[in-house]
Write a protein that binds this ligand. Structure first.
Ligand SMILES: *Cc1c(COP(=O)(O)O)cnc(C)c1O
Length: 372
């Protein structure tokens, strides 16, 4: 298509974001009902009862605008994580906050640094602000922080680190993060994206919120889309210095978080059992999946999240298509620079079993197939 002269060429050059294929769409296209979606790192359990009740209650008050400042939710959240409410910025998913951060920090010609194979939303946010993205080669599929530090120039304003990272599941321990934060020049902001924090339970795993006091240029983002089981609701938040949060809140659309999302998130926040049970379920599912992958002859990238990426020995999209026909939705990740890997989310035990048996059946590298 010919480029319209009044369109921002950077936007026209963006690749559209490819979400995990929705269950309804697969059902429609293939005419099958028994579908397992392991494509978007969602919590495989439905929302807790307290959350459902909170949404039902809040649905009686839909004609008024929500509290644009999110007073109640912010106060409860701040108490829970040990920060001041003035340090928080509420978002319509944490992607909304990532986008706000880029808008506050960047302008045309400013640089942002990311690691190879990191979350695609960073690219989207930076490009839309006219910023230049600098991608630093990964080390063992993960962020190479010393190399990212070397890449900092006078033009650098922002560094994104997902910890753990999606889609690789790699993580950055204290011993790598702290020296990096200490060495980073003051003019550079760091976003620590902790979407999968709750799953990363190693003793040496950083907790970004507890580092804010020491590093004024640190910004932490978190989400209720993963372990809290509320991906459809769209709620996430940023935590930073109060001064930076004030800037984010100036750039924010006044009612970016809707009333149902605030009510649901407030209820979810206090449901510690739901979170703990989900982490335990994930740990068992991760063992089931990684043992199953190994048994079938696949190498995987050890993951600290609720998903695992494995080398399928052929273009990931080809395996994705064959598994789709059997009713199992996974994610090809060529757009992350991993053309022969597929990412699979950890589901319920029966869903994981179904994934493994379909992989055994249709995977080009599955032992059952290569031996026959
Ligand atoms: C899923 C995910 C998010 C969360 O996105 P939401 O907009 O909160 O749903 C953020 N960062 C990473 C790395 C993710 O994988």
């Amino acid at each position: 298509m010919e480029q319209h002269r009044s369109i921002n060429p950077r936007i026209a050059a963006l690749n559209p974001y490819k979400p995990g294929k929705p269950v309804d769409e697969v059902a429609r296209e293939l005419g099958i009902n028994d579908i397992v979606k392991l494509a978007s790192n969602e919590n495989p359990r439905g929302p807790g009862e307290k959350v459902q009740q909170a949404i039902a209650d809040a649905s009686k008050e839909l004609s008024r605008y929500p509290d644009g400042g999110g007073f109640v939710l912010k106060a409860r959240l701040a108490e829970k994580i040990g920060l001041d409410p003035a340090q928080l910025t509420l978002g319509n998913g944490s992607n909304d906050v990532l986008d706000l951060i880029a808008r506050v920090v960047l302008e045309p010609g400013a640089q942002a640094i990311v690691a190879e194979h990191s979350f695609v939303v960073y690219r989207l946010a930076v490009t839309c602000c006219g910023g230049d993205l600098v991608t630093v080669p990964a080390k063992a599929y993960g962020a190479d922080l010393p190399a990212m530090l070397d890449a900092v120039t006078d033009q650098t304003r922002l560094v994104f680190i997902a910890n753990p990272n999606n889609p690789t599941g790699t993580r950055t321990p204290d011993s790598e993060l702290l020296p990096f934060l200490e060495a980073l020049p003051e003019h550079v902001w760091v976003v620590l994206d902790e979407a999968y924090l709750e799953y990363a339970d190693a003793d040496d795993h950083p907790n970004g919120a507890s580092l804010l006091g020491r590093f004024p240029n640190l910004i932490v983002t978190r989400t209720f889309s993963k372990v809290y089981g509320l991906a459809a609701v769209r709620f996430g938040y940023g935590a930073s210095s109060p001064e930076f949060a004030d800037l984010l809140n100036r750039a924010r659309q006044p009612f970016n978080v809707n009333a149902l999302a605030m009510a649901a998130s407030l209820a979810a926040l206090d449901d510690d059992d739901y979170v703990n049970e989900s982490v335990v379920l994930n740990r068992a599912g991760m063992a089931q999946m990684t043992q199953g992958l190994s048994a079938l002859g696949y190498d995987y990238i050890p993951s600290a999240g609720n998903f695992v990426a494995f080398d399928c020995g052929e273009p990931g999209d080809a395996l994705f298509q064959r598994m789709l026909k059997e009713g199992v939705i996974v994610r090809a990740i060529a757009e992350y620079g991993l053309p022969n890997h597929v990412r699979v989310s950890i589901g319920l035990a029966a869903e994981n079993e179904r994934f493994l048996s379909v992989l055994a059946q249709v995977g080009a590298r599955s032992k059952a197939n290569t031996e026959s």
